[in-house]
Design a protein around this ligand. Structure first.
Ligand code: BDR
Ligand code: CA
Length: 315
């Protein structure tokens, strides 16, 4: 089978870096390019980080296209330096970046989908702004992409950025509601799954033993993030959010899912909460879910297998 063509939409971000290196180490995937968005840091910084990550991996052949600097309906909430470090990559030393990014992520996404109709998957591991902008400016994209795979949201479990909301959703709830409401094929890998995917401290320590420069760089990036989870959540390890969405692309059989319509709350203290229909959308009673398409919402995974696949490839 030819590799799946991926547009990797990202806000690097420690776990974004792990996810990228996992994707690059996976022959089932062909990363066409990286599109960047604010989230863990500003778009300026996440774009610099995307370029640096590719340079470290020796993959400057992969283009980086900068995207939205702000959510569709509000100003950017700001970086989360306490989670991802002041530079967004765990305060690890970064090389001087030589390559430049283009501008216009939404348009570039559309061009990729139009160049390979039915073959491009949008993997979104940051706020969904670029995808929402692409839908608005290039509505044909809806029927051109193969699938949209989203790391984000929380169907049946609490949030992480607030008690209600997961971070990528909270960063642009209006965009997320549009993406889940479009008629393309969408799969959501949210906290229902990723809060169960916890590589141990001992597994993370092994990253430093790799001969691969990219993986050794990860071993410098991860400790800040690991310390955050160890001190705030009391776990030995990290929540492996974004890499789990990459594993879903490679081995969807490791996941269990439901087919629900999804709405994203845009009001009040639950802003950013993803609400699943928990059933049909064709109910006679009018509701916020009526006439909305169903999304594949992952509710579980074989966690050890997800972790082992990730570390086998990174090492
Ligand atoms: C998501 O938010 C970001 O901090 C991570 O990179 C991940 O995409 C987890 O809630
Ligand atoms: Ca991310």
């Amino acid at each position: 089978m030819p590799p799946r063509k991926i547009v990797f939409d990202t806000d690097p971000g420690v776990d974004d870096a792990m996810a990228l290196y996992l994707a690059l180490a996976s022959e089932e995937l062909e990363v066409l390019g990286l599109t960047t968005v604010f989230g863990n840091h500003t778009t300026e910084v996440t774009t610099r980080n995307a370029l640096a990550l590719l340079q470290i991996a020796g993959r400057e052949d992969i283009p980086v296209v900068a995207g939205a600097k702000d959510p569709v309906a509000m100003p950017y909430l700001g970086p989360v330096a306490h989670v991802h470090g002041d530079n967004g990559l765990g305060n690890a030393d970064l090389p001087e970046v030589t390559a430049k990014a283009d501008e216009g992520a939404a348009r570039w996404m559309f061009e990729q989908a139009a160049a390979h109709p039915g073959e491009v998957t949008l993997l979104a591991v940051g706020p969904l702004t670029n995808l929402a902008v692409a839908l608005e400016r290039h509505p044909e994209i809806e029927s051109l992409v193969q699938e949209v795979v989203v790391m984000g949201g929380n169907a049946l479990v609490p949030g992480n950025a607030t008690p209600a909301a997961e971070a990528n959703m909270l960063n642009d709830p209006e965009a997320a509601d549009r993406v889940f409401g479009a008629s393309w094929k969408v799969s959501m890998i949210g906290l229902d799954v990723t809060h169960e995917v916890i590589p141990t401290g001992a597994e993370l320590d092994r990253l430093a033993t790799s001969k691969l420069p990219a993986t050794r760089f990860l071993s410098e990036v991860v400790p800040f993030y690991r310390h955050f989870f160890e001190s705030t959540n009391g776990i030995d390890g990290i929540y492996m959010h974004d890499p789990t969405a990459v594993v879903y692309l490679i081995a969807p059989e490791l996941f269990t899912s439901e087919r629900w319509a999804l709405r994203v709350e845009t009001e009040g203290m639950s802003r950013g909460k993803t609400w699943p229909s928990l059933g049909g959308t064709d109910d006679a009673t009018p509701s916020a879910w009526r006439d909305r398409p169903r999304v594949t919402v992952c509710t579980g995974a074989e966690e050890r297998a997800v972790i082992e696949l990730t570390f086998d490839r990174l090492l």
